[in-house]
Design a protein around this ligand. Structure first.
Ligand code: Z5A
Length: 216
């Protein structure tokens, strides 16, 4: 039987370097002949990206309810799993995903205050027993991540999205959520993302080497 691929997620607050380091990880794995798919949440397929646009849109004429936000996140995830993640893993590819359900627990659970039990029920419905093999949690002080994100947005002329308009207190709760999750689950690899990029990438390389060894 063909090897199942590995499912690796990248998590953390705004501007901690998820996009930068997911690209680095993909290049590192490709150089070692691993078939890699890079994707993101919310999004990753045409339908899921349409949902993403609604979730991130800075202004709606009617405010989006927290429950609608939660259900949209999981609707996008159901589509993403069926159309992209599951087929890629079944074909033996490594899927690197920028954010996944830990973000839902951190943002909609800790940040918005929605019931964790409800989120875990939706998770079970949508994911069944699929869990990431490894989750890289990139950690940096909030202010550092935010200033990096601002710097990148200014360079690229990007607009502020709906989440970025939240107050500092919201992001503190989100950060606490990620930290609690990392303490609860062994699949987390905590990465000190406050360091210079080369040091961050050294930590990621070590973890990727470990995952490749597990592959046999
Ligand atoms: N969301 C949710 O609520 N619930 C869910 O279930 C899911 C998501 C899945 C999606 O945003 C939003 O959706 C997110 C949560 C919500 N909202 N927030 N906030 P996203 O993931 O697309 O965007 P983001 O979280 O805001 O990430 P980002 O701004 O794209 O940042 P990043 O990918 O972590 O960072 P980056 O772009 O790689 O790096 C930022 C800049 O810093 C860039 O210029 C880099 O060159 C620089 N950088 C990176 N690392 C370093 C180091 N080590 N030193 C110096 N400079 C660095």
């Amino acid at each position: 039987m063909k090897n199942q691929g590995k499912f690796i997620t990248f998590e953390g607050g705004e501007g901690v370097g998820k996009s930068t380091n997911i690209q680095f990880a993909a290049e590192w794995l490709k150089a070692r002949n691993i078939d890699v798919v890079v994707t993101r949440e919310p999004g990753g397929t045409q339908i899921a990206e349409t949902i993403r646009n609604q979730l991130l849109k800075a202004h709606h004429d009617e405010p989006m309810s927290d429950l609608a936000e939660l259900l949209l996140v999981f609707a996008a995830r159901a589509q993403h799993l069926q159309a992209l993640i599951e087929p890629a893993l079944a074909a033996g590819k490594w899927v690197l995903c920028d954010r996944f359900t830990d973000s839902t627990l951190a943002y909609q659970g800790y940040g918005r205050g929605l019931d964790t039990a409800v989120i875990l029920n939706l998770k079970a419905l949508v994911q069944k027993d699929l869990e990431p093999h490894c989750t890289f949690l990139l950690e940096a002080p909030l202010e550092l991540g935010m200033s990096r994100a601002r710097g990148r947005a200014d360079d690229a002329g990007e607009q502020v999205d709906r989440f970025e308009t939240e107050k500092l207190d919201f992001f503190r709760k989100v950060q606490q959520g990620f930290s609690d999750l990392a303490n609860q689950h062994k699949r987390f690899a905590r990465i000190d993302a406050s360091l210079p990029l080369t040091d961050v990438q050294q930590q990621i390389e070590q973890q990727l080497s470990r995952l490749m060894e597990q592959q046999g």
